[in-house]
Design a protein. Structure first.
Length: 232
């Protein structure tokens, strides 16, 4: 393909993604109240008697609705985004590499969603820890935009972090790393995973950090096993 053809292909893929995200975002805007209730559940689990949001700006309600709409658009459209990205890359791959398209996209979606689910259920513990560390004399009435920013950031980071085994398997298939080398370096990898998890966990609480680090360590060894099977 020429440069112009590549740019045309890129524009085509971006247009498909933009239309899909926009359509889902409109639906998210319409069903905003249901989505807000879902996102508010961890807060209500930590504070059953008082889990209302405090709005101090007339524009906070609109900003919150738009933010939730676009987030739902990107999350629900993630299979389309990953598939279109892979379809753009496919022409530059060899025939034996293209056969991994569907498995890799499927695995990416599954692991990304699994990371977000774990973050969702861990966030209630994070909120509880943050409340306890502040002391019982504090009255907790969170700003919805600040709460949602922290929550969405946690969902996103956990989702992206759970793509770790997919990336490792891809590196093994391209022979940039080998299962044998990964297995030999497992101690250093474990330390790095724990340090990175402690740094990137948005809520900064130890339970969420462990909830992120432990699965990544398991995924590290899982990627080694998958790499060995694929090289047989």
């Amino acid at each position: 393909m020429t440069l112009a053809e590549h740019l045309g292909e890129l524009r085509h893929r971006v247009m498909i993604i933009a239309v899909c995200v926009s359509v889902v975002a409109v639906l998210g805007f319409i069903f905003y109240s249901h989505l807000l209730e879902i996102l508010q559940n961890p807060y209500c689990s930590a504070s059953p008697k008082q889990c209302k949001f405090l709005v101090t700006n007339p524009l906070d309600g609109l900003n919150l609705r738009v933010k939730i709409a676009f987030f739902s658009g990107f999350v629900i459209s993630s299979p389309v985004i990953l598939w279109q990205t892979w379809r753009f890359i496919t022409p530059g791959l060899k025939a034996n590499e293209r056969k991994y398209a569907v498995p890799f996209v499927t695995a990416s979606v599954i692991f990304f969603c699994a990371g977000m689910v774990l973050a969702y259920f861990s966030f209630a513990q994070a909120i509880q820890w943050l409340k306890d560390i502040g002391g019982s004399t504090l009255l907790t009435e969170y700003n919805p935009n600040q709460y949602l920013t922290l929550f969405l950031l946690m969902l996103f980071i956990f989702g992206v972090a759970f793509l770790f085994p997919v990336v490792l398997v891809a590196l093994e298939l391209t022979n940039l790393v080998t299962p044998k080398r990964l297995l030999r370096s497992w101690r250093y990898a474990t330390i790095i995973i724990i340090v990175v998890a402690a740094v990137v966990t948005p809520s900064s609480d130890p339970l969420s950090m462990l909830a992120l680090a432990l699965p990544l360590v398991v995924f590290y060894f899982l990627a080694i096993a998958v790499g060995k099977l694929l090289h047989k």
